[in-house]
Design a protein around this ligand. Structure first.
Ligand code: IMP
Length: 435
């Protein structure tokens, strides 16, 4: 038995989908704990590529229960489209998918508010994915949100929706000069979604609890990454949920003592989508090379990801705020053939050395990275499965990442496919052994 949290250690897009898929083979249940269809978890199986936005990355194993936890915000149209897309590829998600009755629903007006607000902000925009994520979480915290379970109670749903639409229309018209919405139209549309999803909407807190109590192996899957966490990230350039490991408890209904191990995923370099500080960003040819080689374009929005060298300060922070028990380094193969590799070990602020990330985002924005330069390797690491088959320079680089993070590396990913992976130790065993 055991509960393992899988969390992004940078600004998202670290390759959590591939790793959760890999671990799901031995898991009884995979639970998504936050975010929404702003996420794009990519899994490649048997030459087929899958991008999961809301459905947990364990869905390709029929025997693994997949749960969308209460911490997630759900756009039902996206969820249904995702289920239909999977069905077309022969995967029947509905047979082992459970949706929390307490997960909040994304409404069309959430997207409209977000779009208007981002336009209004101009140069100070967050650079969101435009999926209505922030406004949906705003409604949740304002205690006016509509939850998946509410869709099954039409009178309550209609009342809440009418109130929300009236308020939103006033805001859209007066502040942004944008058109409003018709509550009845949304009501009818969402009733159709509810009809399709109703059998999957359950008390997932209880479901997950029973799985843990029965000694099942449970993976709690995070979306985005630590530095996009609303509390622990580079605020305000963050997403609106608790992407760090703490969110795994609030987003599923499990108590902290249930979590046995926390695996942090980090790329062998760094990327970021949207606005916000990024000390090791490379705006030159080297950045463009990483972007091209790593295919660093958003899985959901198609936007270019900003690229830069690995930042050990970011990952050390992720080890701290998530209580990581081990690390997985992904996309090592993207660094193949580089003459030299930059590795940021600290920052300089006004000539003073900093070992920790400053909590002030403006200060982080002007920090200069302090680099070590590591020799690259000419031999390809693509698809390597055994640690001893990695070039010596790659092994040295990884050993240095481990040393700087003060956290052991369990997995190294050397390609997009499941099998293109070096597993030094199965992190699920760390979860198992604790009990
Ligand atoms: P939102 O989550 O759409 O509100 O976007 C807020 C910030 O988080 C923006 O900078 C997005 O680019 C970023 N973001 C949201 N989801 C992801 C993701 O899955 N990967 C990487 N960045 C993301």
């Amino acid at each position: 038995m055991g509960v393992l949290v899988v969390v992004g250690s940078q600004w998202g897009d670290e390759g959590k989908g591939k790793i959760v898929d890999l671990l799901a083979k031995d898991a009884d249940m995979v639970v998504r704990y936050q975010g929404g269809s702003n996420a794009g978890h990519t899994v490649v199986k048997g030459g087929q590529k899958y991008v999961f936005k809301l459905i947990p990355s364990g869905v390709l194993y029929r025997g693994t229960a997949c749960v969308i936890g209460n911490g997630v915000v759900i756009d039902p149209a996206d969820l249904i489209a995702e289920m239909d897309g999977l069905k077309a590829k022969g995967v029947r998600a509905d047979r082992h998918l459970y949706i929390s009755q307490a997960a909040h629903v994304i409404m069309p007006y959430h997207k409209a508010i977000e779009k208007a607000s981002e336009t209004h902000k101009g140069g100070r925009r967050i650079g969101t994915t435009g999926r209505g994520i922030g406004p949906a979480y705003v409604d949740k915290m304002a205690r006016i949100g509509i939850r998946m379970g509410d869709l099954l109670d039409p009178p309550y749903f209609r009342q809440q929706l009418e109130d929300n639409v009236a308020e939103t229309n006033a805001l859209l018209k007066t502040l942004y000069g944008a058109p409003g919405f018709e509550a009845e139209k949304i009501f009818q549309e969402y009733l159709r979604y509810a009809e399709r999803l109703k059998d999957m909407i359950v008390d997932t807190g209880l479901l997950v609890h029973h799985a843990v109590a029965k000694g099942k192996m449970v993976v709690l899957e995070g979306a985005q990454g630590t530095h996009l966490d609303v509390d622990h990230g580079t605020y305000p350039y963050v997403t609106s949920s608790s992407a760090a490991a703490g969110g795994a408890c609030t987003g599923t209904g499990l108590g902290p003592t249930c979590v046995d191990a926390v695996l942090g995923i980090a790329k062998a370099y760094t990327t970021r989508v949207g606005s916000g500080p990024f000390p090791t960003e490379l705006t030159d040819n080297e950045g463009a090379l990483l972007q091209r080689r790593g295919n660093e374009f958003g899985a959901v929005t198609g936007r270019e990801r900003r690229c830069g060298w690995y930042d050990a300060v970011l990952v050390r922070y992720a080890v701290r705020v998530n209580g990581l028990t081990s690390l997985c380094i992904t996309k090592l193969d993207v660094l193949d053939g580089l003459g030299e590799i930059g590795l940021c070990t600290g920052y300089k602020f006004k000539g003073k050395k900093l070992a920790e990330i400053p909590s002030d985002v403006a200060m982080l924005g002007v920090c200069e990275p302090v680099y070590e330069t590591w020799p690259g390797w000419t031999k390809s690491t693509t698809a390597v499965k055994a640690y001893r088959d990695l070039p010596r320079e790659a092994r040295r680089y990884l050993a240095r990442l481990e040393e700087l993070a003060k956290c052991p590396i369990d997995i190294i990913s050397t390609g997009a496919k499941r099998e293109e992976t070096v597993v030094l130790r199965n992190p699920l065993l760390r979860a198992k052994r604790k009990r």
